[in-house]
Design a binder for this molecule. Sequence first.
Ligand SMILES: [Zn+2]
Length: 390
Amino acid sequence: MNGATTSGELRAHNRVRLLRAVHDGGATRTRAQLTRDLGLARGTASVLVAGLAEDALLHEEPAPEHARGRPTQVARPHPEGPLALAVDVREDAWELAACELGGDAHVLEVRPHDGTPRGALGPLGEALAEQTRRHGHRVVGVGVALAGPVRLGGLVDVAHLGWRSVDVPRLLGLPAPVPGGAPIVGNDTAFAALAEARRGLLRGVRVGLHLHVDFDLGGVLVVDGRPLDGANGTGAEFGHMPLGGGDRPCACGATGCWGMDVGANALLRQAGLAYGGGQGREQAARVLEAGGPPLAAAAKALGRGVAALVNAHDPEVVTLSGLGVDVLAAGREALLEAYGPGLMAIRRDRPPRVEPSALGWRGALLGAMESVFDAFLTPEGLERWRLSRA
Ligand SMILES: [Zn+2]
């Protein structure tokens, strides 16, 4: 065995572990906590932290408060450190943020779009190129969440908007070479579930169910912190199962999809208003606020479907993000009235809790960020960073 190679590899491995611990802990842990959590010798931790600070990956700051004794240092992201550009592309607008190690997201721009692939993705590509120029080598990757199934390679269908096999990386048209490689394109529900597993209520949960509601609904099972996204990356689609009891044809091509009965489109339809095409977010919010039959119908359909999925998958907890948070808050009673009777008798003694996401509307964006940092927090990613600064 080559000793030099081994110790070099060990050091590279420990650099990744330490940065990963800083990132996953929200950049709030002290050096002493990190040293203990990672089982490092104090001298080793000092050398690692010094090296990471020199490479502009970390920056130590005094802890805001310490009861007594010596001031303690918290490992924070370096002011010139790596940035992930993360985007949540909804059916009516996109939101772009710059994210630091530790998970802080600074929203740079929110822009409405016309619902066409070019209208949505053309200006977004320009905004990403502009941010990449502005921040230079600090941009280590781009993650993009979209409201539809994403096949490997970034081909997206958004049924409500009539998008079929839209080549997202091509339409974004980012100038090559993009730091960190091609943009990471993923489904909004799968990203929201990933974020919930890293920084929300699914953290440390072995089997969880996450549902993301916007104009319709997506859902995915999360096992050991990983959303089960299928053989082709298109698995986060519980919304396209006939769980709500309806029988209308869905824009996806199937019939009776659950997502047609839960979400902004369903609220608008139940209230007798125009719906579809990514239009009517504000009106749907007003319908929800007014309560009454449209809200009750959506909450009931949601509860009924959750019960079916709980019967199938036996999750510890069910988390709702996006509009699901509001449906749960305003329609909890109707939801639980459908949830309870839908459960198998063996599940009724201790039914899994149905909880609002700790991350609200931010989940899809934060999941896109996590995907970028997952690719970056590797020995190869850190080596590329070092070389890019040289
Ligand atoms: Zn469908």
